[in-house]
Design a protein around this ligand. Structure first.
Ligand code: HEM
Length: 399
């Protein structure tokens, strides 16, 4: 069997994170699987191989952790929904998934649409706003904590906790080190909240606590299930909404197309997640020796699947670097993962993002983009700031 090519660069320095796609292009073109010398693990960056790894949870397991930091994987692996396998994963996923099915979310769709519309109308009336601070962060924070039933007094650190949860899963660099005490305080607060039973009545969090009281879950599983609602649901959606405004404001012809055909909103959102995939990578560990595209991989090897790299693979997407809201296969992206661990909250993320895009289509004629600044997080690709001037649509302007 051929030797697996190596790649020397650290992919998680500030510089590399800000220019990630340059590395992804190089890795994709090297081979289907490449050894990352700086991180002591393999990388899969081509679409077909990434999808195949995600689809085969028996060979590529999550129970030994899905981060790039062995110490963190050893602590969290096997305990956390996203880091479990088989029957345990199915049982935990059933509990988390109950409140996130399309049916369960149907009743909140209208309220989210109204909130997004009011928010966008107010911002457009002001003329200029930061699409990250004033929009992308505001909508999820006005939706998720209520849905999950987070106590009103414990909300001010949610963004810091969510962001740290992704930094801590990156490789053991300074960013991950700084995140450790923050994640610890998130676990402490959540454990205390679970034991005091202070989640808001009728919420998803309260349902988890009730399931434990009925003996369907072990008490020790409750805090990590509550975190499964909070930690992956904020930075991801914030990243996607920020990226959506940045892409649409910097591609006026795509904005005009979307405004002329608002039915394209769901496809446009898929295209945003394809091109600017919010989660950079998660890992798996091989349970047996296996092969990827003819390269032999030993049992016990850690493999990072780079979602954003796979989503720009020219073997799957024509003109992969082009933003095209009418792309016919945008929905095939792997930005929400794939297979048994595919995103449990994508229905919620879609409701939030579609509501924002619909409201923008309704209220904005065109944007002028200011100097946007990328964010730096080990595992989330995001914008720190996307300043825009939004010119009201004629119907709105004349009101
Ligand atoms: C644009 C927004 C989002 C993106 C791009 C995203 C992306 C992802 C990805 C790539 C995975 C796969 C993990 C893996 O294969 O190891 C995942 C899993 C997950 N996501 Fe999301 N996510 C988003 C929003 C949300 C929201 C709003 C929630 C709300 C609760 C959520 C909850 C989860 C959970 C619980 C899992 C673990 C599923 C499992 O292991 O079975 N996500 N997400």
């Amino acid at each position: 069997m051929p030797a697996i090519p190596s790649y020397p660069d650290d992919l998680f320095t500030d510089e590399a994170l800000l220019d990630a796609h340059r590395h992804y292009r190089a890795l994709r073109e090297l081979a289907a699987v490449v050894f990352l010398e700086a991180h002591d693990m393999y990388a899969v960056c081509r679409y077909a191989d990434a999808r195949a790894v995600l689809a085969d949870a028996d060979t590529f397991c999550s129970g030994k952790g899905v981060g790039l930091n062995e110490a963190v994987n050893a602590t969290m692996g096997g305990a956390n929904l996203i880091m479990t396998d088989g029957e345990l994963h199915a049982r935990l996923r059933d509990h988390v998934g109950r409140g996130l099915t399309p049916r369960a979310l149907r009743s909140m769709r209208e309220a989210v649409e109204r909130r997004a519309d009011d928010l966008v109308a107010g911002l457009v009336a002001n003329g200029s706003f930061d699409a990250v601070a004033d929009l992308a962060r505001v909508l999820p924070l006005s939706v998720v904590p209520d849905l999950v039933g987070w106590p009103a007094g414990g909300r001010e650190r949610l963004l810091e906790w969510a962001s740290a949860s992704f930094d801590v899963l990156g490789p053991p660099n300074e960013r991950a080190e700084r995140a450790i005490p923050v994640v610890r305080s998130m676990f402490e607060y959540t454990t205390k909240t679970a034991s005091e039973g202070t989640m808001l009545a009728g919420s998803l969090g309260a349902a988890v606590i009730e399931a434990a009281a009925r003996g369907e879950l072990e008490p020790a599983q409750v805090p990590s299930l509550l975190i499964a609602y909070i930690a992956p649901s904020l930075d991801t959606t914030i990243s996607a909404i920020g990226a959506a405004v940045w892409l649409l404001a910097s591609h006026p012809e795509q904005w005009r197309l979307l405004r002329s055909k608002p039915a394209l909103v769901p496809n446009a959102f898929n295209e945003v997640v394809r091109l600017e995939s919010p989660i950079r990578a998660f890992t798996r560990v091989t349970t047996t020796s296996t092969a990827i595209d003819g390269y032999e991989i030993e049992a016990g090897s850690r493999i990072a699947v780079f979602f954003g790299a796979a989503n720009r693979d020219r073997r799957r997407f024509a003109r992969p670097e082009t933003f095209d809201v009418s792309r016919d296969n945008a929905a095939a992206h792997l930005g929400f993962g794939y297979g048994t661990h595919g995103c449990a909250g994508q229905g919620l993320a879609r409701i939030e993002a579609h509501s924002v895009l619909q409201a923008l289509v309704q209220h904005v004629d065109h944007f002028e983009l200011g100097p946007a600044v990328r964010g730096v997080n080990n595992l989330i690709s995001s914008w720190a700031s996307v300043p825009v001037s939004a010119h009201p649509s004629r119907e709105m302007g004349s009101v």
